[in-house]
Design a protein around this ligand. Structure first.
Ligand SMILES: Cc1cc2nc3c(=O)[nH]c(=O)nc-3n(C[C@H](O)[C@H](O)[C@H](O)COP(=O)(O)O)c2cc1C
Length: 264
């Protein structure tokens, strides 16, 4: 190309051409990397919230277990005082196969234990006796198929009254529909979900419930049960603490899903 006009025309023609396949591939790779980066960032935020929630849960459980231990020690003293020589024998009989100290004594160990497998999770739950239930999503309306003694004590219903029912019977006029919605979406998506909501016991008295629901999966990864831990609290944490603990994990998951769809 010799004349400046011809050179300008050639440059304009080049610009008008569709981008080469290498340029397109580069752009796609760049977009994909950006999306991956975004997803990683969201996962980091999510993981932080999950850690906070678990920490809160364990601290509450530890407080409960510690006070039970203290109560236990007081009762032992009474037995020793009142039963004299027979005291140690009675205590030895009572304490055979007693409580595992894991949850009470070491958070890190307890966390590792709970992460090892669903089976150990159930065992740890049974040992520490909180209120919890197991539901079966393969049955109509995901009814309760197991309720711990703690669940019965907390709700005031008999076992016969709770088995076969969906846990929503604990809700009432002051239950926040947004919290219920969050629980519903989490359960539908098969992910760990926790919310603070107002529930009602059999006498109609309301209480704050910190509910943690988690799917239990079989070897193929299919959800076969849900376990739900009900933890009564005097008051939900202050709004700013709640914000950090709960965030709006729905949004995070929803965006991540969109990203996944976009990157496919
Ligand atoms: C294992 C498990 C435990 C649950 N525990 C409670 C609970 O203690 N309190 C409550 O209000 N909802 C609880 N739920 C949530 C309700 O069962 C139900 O999923 C929720 O109300 C949303 O569904 P719905 O919109 O059809 O009512 C639990 C759910 C599951 C799967």
């Amino acid at each position: 190309i010799t004349s400046p006009y011809a050179a300008a025309a050639a440059a304009a023609a080049l610009k008008a051409l569709p981008p080469s396949s290498t340029a397109l591939t580069k752009k796609r790779t760049h977009n994909k990397e950006e999306q991956q980066q975004k997803r990683r960032e969201r996962n980091r935020v999510l993981a932080k919230r999950t850690r906070l929630r678990k920490k809160f849960m364990f601290q509450s459980l530890q407080t409960q277990v510690s006070s039970l231990h203290m109560e236990n020690e007081r009762l032992k003293e009474i037995v020793i005082k009142r039963c004299g020589d027979r005291g140690p024998r009675i205590l030895a009989d009572c304490c055979r196969g007693g409580l595992s100290p894991v949850v009470a004594s070491c958070t890190r160990q307890a966390t590792a234990l709970l992460q090892r497998s669903d089976f150990l999770l159930m065992k740890a739950l049974q040992t520490s006796q909180p209120a919890f239930c197991v539901t079966d999503p393969t049955l109509a309306d995901c009814p309760i198929v197991y309720a711990s003694d703690g669940f019965i004590a907390l709700t005031g219903y008999s076992r016969a009254q709770v088995l076969g029912r969906n846990c929503r019977f604990l809700q009432g006029p002051d239950t926040d529909p947004d919290a219920v919605g969050k629980l519903r979406r989490g359960i539908e998506a098969g992910r760990d979900t926790s919310v603070f909501l107002r529930n009602y016991n059999a006498s109609g008295e309301s209480f704050w419930n910190f509910v943690f629901v988690s799917p239990l999966r079989n070897a193929e990864g299919k959800v076969i049960n849900y376990v739900g831990i009900q933890h009564p609290v005097d008051n939900p944490p202050a709004p700013d603490v709640l914000e950090i603990m709960m965030g709006d994990s729905d949004d995070i998951y929803d965006d991540a899903d969109e990203d996944d769809a976009a990157s496919m």
